[in-house]
Design a protein. Sequence first.
Length: 132
Amino acid sequence: MSPLSQSPLLLWAAYAFGGILTGFGVNAAVRPAHALSFFGLAQPPQTSADRRAFDALVAVYGARDVFMGAAVFAAARNGHASTLGCLLLGIGAVAGIDGLVCRVHGTGEEWGHWGYAPMVAATGALMLGVLD
């Protein structure tokens, strides 16, 4: 029997996480105000100067997610299981920090991030062979 770290189910889970991240990133680029709703923060600023700054910062957030998704796809496609495992651990940490930001600002949306952080991190840990 092959080790759990070589299970094709883990690879498909990684592809799914990569797709979700890419989708979140594209959403942030196309609909910045909607992307802000995932953090439960106040509506975007109304003045044009503040709105431009807001849109730019959310675009950076969107680019972060798109590039995390692209990195997952690249590592998965090229068969780099250990790299993919490390990426997924890092993405789990990013989700944890995103949830912490929500918690610190009292938005009540932290579990929207903390709910999937362990799934991503556990998939990464399994790909690294912690249960082999």
